[in-house]
Design a protein. Structure first.
Length: 203
């Protein structure tokens, strides 16, 4: 399953023009932050006309949604493409989730949003899930269901187990760095996320 292709539902997101606009929007976030970015700025960075960007994206919200979907989907797919760790299904799932949390937390776009425009993340934490969250939830649910069929993960509703794992990972992704100091490193904290998920899913 391709997370990137399955989550970019907008027809515009599959065109070369949209990719140029998404690249330009990404560059603008890293340069000035999203709040200070305008669609005109994005069009200029992409070397396209204002009319072109408005035909592709009616507003900043739609553009931001596709950009975040592409960014997070690329991170997720890269981790899923890695060779699974040994140790059985709970360890495989736990290590993949922890790797995704680490990669997202250190992603330059994610860090820039947290530093400059943190309110942009509140919608996806307090109101609704985003497309990349839904796609990851689907992957987790499928993996847990497959593992249960082999006796590798404890009994339970696969979708509920997946949601619980994802909620746990949210905290580590967004706040893990705040718990690190001279006595405890981020790597130590990430290792605890692996242990939490592994024990939670163990049969």
């Amino acid at each position: 399953m391709s997370i990137r292709n399955s989550t970019l539902k907008r027809a515009a997101a599959e065109t070369g023009t949209a990719d140029r606009l998404l690249d330009a929007a990404r560059a603008s976030i890293l340069s000035v932050g999203w709040t200070r970015t305008t669609l005109t700025d994005v069009a200029r960075r992409a070397g396209l006309s204002r009319m072109t960007i408005y035909r592709t994206y009616p507003d900043k919200t739609a553009l931001f949604g596709d950009l975040m979907t592409r960014e997070w989907a690329d991170v997720i797919e890269a981790v899923l493409a890695e060779t699974p760790s040994d140790g059985g299904w709970p360890a495989v799932i736990a290590n993949r989730v922890a790797r995704i949390a680490t990669e997202l937390r250190t992603n330059e776009v994610f860090r820039r949003i947290v530093d400059v425009d943190p309110e942009l993340l509140l919608t996806y934490l307090l109101e609704r899930r985003g497309r990349s969250q839904d796609a990851l939830l689907e992957v987790l649910t499928d993996q847990i269901r497959a593992a249960q069929a082999e006796g590798g993960v404890r009994d339970g509703v696969p979708g509920l187990l997946a949601r619980t794992v994802l909620l746990t990972a949210h905290g580590f992704t967004l706040s893990g760095h705040t718990m690190a100091d001279g006595r405890v490193s981020e790597s130590d904290i990430d290792a605890q996320l692996v242990e939490l998920i592994r024990r939670y899913l163990a049969p």
